[in-house]
Design a protein around this ligand. Structure first.
Ligand code: AMP
Length: 579
């Protein structure tokens, strides 16, 4: 393909008319929902594409989007794509500072936002945060969506007529016809900043053809998408999973999807299963952290709902510990549904290691094998390729269509980050083990690897052993410098509701890890952690935990931290004794 017309993606009225819904939008409140057809979506997208043009947005311009999980977010991103503008979506949980940083880095001229929304019972005043970000960056105009189904109406938000323009006012007068802009296959489609758990966020750039082809194909095969399926991915569109597997992949297949604005625990911990039954969801995609969160409440909230429509269960975001995998498979899927553990990254655009449902024999906790066209390898520290069962750096030997093309504005950083350590390979930054059957097991980020007395240990492995104990809901393990062993193991554990921490439990946990992995992995310290420092996307910030373990108060950049009070509490209760 040398040229792709974005119309390819948006011309949904050409699809058979018996595919009625693009999406059932399920709001934060159970009674708040809507459906939209592909034809209606096309009209909305064309109208908004015309609005963008009227605001002076042209092909190649960057547009920042800071919105909740509403249909208008999908409309905004597709309208950008339709006119060849490059969207840069910033997750609506990010602070003004993070938003400003991303606006400046992407040099965008327009920001699309909403007045506000409820996440669970918490009101998020998005427009106020956007205003603050704008003050900090002083370079864009704010384009505000003030929509009827949010609690805050347009009049209640502070308004600056010199800068702000109203979505509804402009949409009312816009035409439903907008010819798509022709694009080269390698023209940029979007920029998405990576989670930024380390250093300055990187603007990962994806291009039109390869990305769309790859997300469309992986969606179809990995979820075995068939006409009649109802697909639901619980991710937020602010992350890559939402880009690839809520918007581009499913819509390019004409899939019927559920778009969910709320939380898995609001108004109660059955919410996910209530939605599965309400829409007869067949293919369901979520993250291990959500599974572990719900596991804490036992099986009763799951069993309240039938879930008999489910056919395939997907997981993404971090290694899934076997205990969570089993719960997902046995309790959620009633042992009927294959689990697809999909390993991929913002950078890879789509799945790179994954089972194909019902075709690949599963092993709980393994992302199994590469997707078609992906050639993984495992390297040792010296960059030598390891054969057979082995453990080391996960790299890829040849590009695939959905791979990122550059770090926006900093191609050197792209080359240095991904290709310098092992020339000729794309370095994922993840550790990986290959077993005797050729299955790949992600062992966690290489920067989370520990070297204890000359033995390489994966933090994910120790965490999994801890989480297998019935008292433990979540665990995070980091290294603490040790004068003899190099590093010692410092473990933070969050206990299940109603369990209290004591010395007997601590001894049991140490014994559990000894038994699961070996004496070398015996935790040196275990700290009771009622909360763990997480990014807003729910990833544990081990960098911060390492500082707590070593009692270093200089935490570096913690702008992505969701709740900073957790850190203070952990510092207060840290384990002080020398090993
Ligand atoms: P992000 O780019 O923020 O989506 O994060 C990508 C990282 O998440 C990968 O490098 C892995 O460390 C982790 N990850 C994503 N999916 C999986 C998975 N299925 N198994 C293990 N780790 C995963």
């Amino acid at each position: 393909l040398t040229k792709t017309r974005l119309r390819l993606y948006l011309c949904m009225p050409l699809l058979p008319h018996n595919i009625p819904h693009i999406s059932s939008g399920q709001g934060n409140e159970p009674g708040d929902d809507l459906t939209i057809t592909y034809k209606e979506l096309l009209h909305q997208v064309c109208k908004f594409a015309n609005v963008l043009k009227s605001q002076g947005v042209k092909k190649g311009d960057r547009v920042s989007i800071y919105m909740p999980m509403v249909i208008e977010l999908v409309v905004a991103m597709l309208a950008c794509a339709r006119i060849g503008a490059v969207h840069s979506i910033v997750f609506a949980g990010y602070s003004a500072e993070s938003l400003c940083e991303r606006i400046l880095d992407s040099q965008c001229t327009l920001l699309i936002t909403a007045d506000g929304f409820y996440r669970g019972d918490k009101l998020i005043n998005l427009k106020l945060i956007a205003d603050d970000a704008l003050q900090k960056s002083l370079c864009c105009s704010v384009f505000c969506l003030s929509s009827g189904f949010h609690i805050l109406c347009f009049h209640q938000v502070p308004w600056n007529p010199e800068v702000d323009v109203c979505w509804h006012t402009l949409m009312d007068g816009a035409s439903e016809d907008c010819e798509p802009e022709w694009c080269e296959s390698e023209d940029p489609l979007f920029i998405l900043y990576t989670s930024g758990s380390t250093g300055k966020p990187k603007g990962v750039m994806h291009t039109v053809s390869g990305y769309m082809l790859y997300t469309a194909l992986t969606f179809k095969l990995v979820f075995d998408y068939q006409p009649g399926d109802v697909y639901w991915c619980t991710a937020d569109i602010g992350w890559i999973t939402g880009h690839s597997y809520i918007t581009y992949g499913p819509l390019a297949n004409g899939a019927t999807c559920v778009l969910f604005e709320g939380l898995p625990t609001y108004p109660d911990v059955s919410r996910m299963w209530e939605i599965v039954d309400k829409y007869h969801v067949t293919k369901f995609y979520t993250a291990p952290t959500a599974i572990r969160l719900l596991m804490k409440y036992g099986t009763e909230p799951v069993h309240k709902y039938k879930r008999d429509s489910l056919k395939v269960l997907g997981t993404v975001g971090e290694p899934i510990n076997p205990e969570a995998w089993q719960w997902y498979y046995n309790v959620v899927g009633d042992k009927r549904c294959p689990v697809v553990d999909t390993f991929w990254q913002t950078e890879t655009g789509g799945h790179v290691l994954t089972p194909l449902p019902a075709a690949t024999p599963m092993k709980p906790g393994s992302a199994t094998f590469p997707f078609f066209g992906v050639i993984p390898a495992i390297l040792n520290e010296s960059g030598e390729e390891l054969e057979g069962p082995s453990e080391g750096y996960l790299v890829f030997k040849q590009p695939w269509p959905g791979m990122m093309r550059t770090v926006y504005g900093n191609h050197d950083r792209f080359e240095t980050t991904y290709f310098k350590k092992f020339p000729g390979f794309y370095v994922t930054g993840d550790g990986c083990r290959r077993d005797k059957d050729g299955y790949y097991w992600i062992t966690g980020r290489i920067d989370d690897m520990l070297n204890v007395s000359g033995h390489l240990l994966s933090t994910a492995e120790v965490e999994s052993a801890l989480v297998e104990h019935e008292a433990v809901a979540e665990a995070a393990v980091v290294g603490r410098p040790h004068p003899v062993k190099g590093e010692s193991l410092y473990c933070f554990v969050t206990l299940n509701d109603g369990v209290s921490y004591n010395k007997a439990l601590e001894a049991q946990l140490k014994q559990q890890v000894r038994e699961k992995i070996g004496a070398i992995a015996t935790p040196d310290y275990i700290q009771n952690a009622p909360g763990l420092p997480k990014t807003r996307s729910g990833k544990i910030m081990r960098r911060v935990l390492r500082k707590i373990a070593s009692n270093e108060r200089d935490l570096g950049d913690i702008s992505t931290l969701a709740d900073s009070s957790v850190v203070e509490q952990l510092f207060e209760n840290r384990c002080c004794a020398a090993v």
